[in-house]
Design a protein around this ligand. Structure first.
Ligand code: BJW
Ligand code: ZN
Length: 259
């Protein structure tokens, strides 16, 4: 009898062009908390109090405290076998683009590790929600490397733009903000061109990123989902692999967990 894993492996082997959409679940085994669900960040924090431009305008100190804490936490995390398996897929023979909703930079760090001296660029992700380790000026929009230890002790101590003295903020996309148009159209283009979409560790609830797999589907492509639980997308998936992505992705992509 053909197992779900065998069916999924066949779909990967037969694909001409692959798009991967990842979410917080792929980084869970690296120690980065997810947003929703058990142990998720939003069990203890209300998103509308922290991840909106209105929250930042009202109380930048509290918002910065949350991001400074997460920056520190993420700086101590490393890519896991799931990130590495995807990076090796993208560096292999089938044109593959990784689109991520994550702001943790772990796909970016996995790329040179997987490339082992070769060109890592095919494994660099399209980051649709930005990057937590970058700052953006809320007045002039200039982007700079993130301040590693943000002083959140008072409103006056918060980081400011060296060009215009505007308030710096983390370069991430908050609720109610539009995604960068060129980045979003690149994500939709690769989704449209792909005949297989691998959806990993996302609740598939947040728009417009959750449309990426639907674009592949609408163009006749197939979906494989990898998640520890079912999502609104599971019914659309040709194969739904239930389990942790750090274990399932190396098995699916045939690259071996131990390297
Ligand atoms: C594992 C695992 C393991 C665990 N292995 N799996 C249309 C309809 C309805 C609403 C809207 C709409 N269009 C726009 C909206 C509004 C809003 C939205 O989508 N709201 C919904 C929640 C209803 N979208 C926006 O506001 C977006 N902007 C926009 O659309 O602009 C145009 C516009 C403006 C104004 C009005 C209308 C339109 C912007 C969205 C920005 C999202 N930003 C965040 C925060 C980023 C910064 C930060 O990190 O602080 O991005 S929210 C948060 O959710 C974060 C994530 O990238 C994103 C997605 O979450 P993700 O990755 O799916 O994580 P979880 O936690 O939800 O799921 C984890 C999954 O992993 C689970 O399924 C687990 O089971 C699984 N898992 N361990 C495998 N080991
Ligand atoms: Zn500025």
């Amino acid at each position: 009898m053909t197992t779900e894993m065998e069916r999924a492996r066949r779909l990967v082997a037969e694909a001409d062009r692959i798009v991967v959409l990842t979410g917080a679940g792929i980084s869970a085994e690296s120690g980065v908390p997810t947003f929703r669900g058990a142990g998720g960040l939003w069990k203890s924090h209300r998103p509308e109090e922290l991840a909106t431009p209105e929250a930042f305008a009202r109380d930048p100190q509290t918002v910065w405290e949350w991001y400074a804490w997460r920056r520190g936490l993420i700086a101590d995390c490393d890519p896991n076998h799931g990130h590495l398996a995807l990076a090796r897929l993208a560096l292999g023979g089938t044109p593959t683009t990784i689109v991520t909703q994550n702001v943790d930079g772990l796909h970016t760090r996995a790329a040179p590790e997987a490339a082992r001296g070769a060109d890592p660029s095919p494994a660099l992700p399209v980051e649709v929600h930005g990057a937590i380790d970058r700052d953006k000026c809320s007045s002039c929009g200039a982007r700079t490397p993130g301040t590693s230890s943000v002083d959140t002790s008072s409103h006056g101590a918060l980081p400011r733009c060296s060009t215009c003295n505007g308030m710096l903020r983390p370069d991430v996309v908050w609720f109610g903000e539009t995604l960068e148009p060129e980045i979003l159209s690149r994500a939709f283009q690769v989704a449209q061109d792909a005949d297989l979409c691998l959806v990993v560790g996302t609740s598939a609830l947040v728009q417009p990123a959750a449309l990426v797999p639907l674009v592949t589907l609408q163009n006749g492509g197939a979906l494989i989902e990898v998640n520890i639980e079912r999502t609104p997308l599971s019914g659309e998936a040709r194969v739904s692999l239930l389990g942790p992505s750090g274990e399932l992705l190396p098995e699916l992509l045939d690259v071996g967990a131990a390297t």
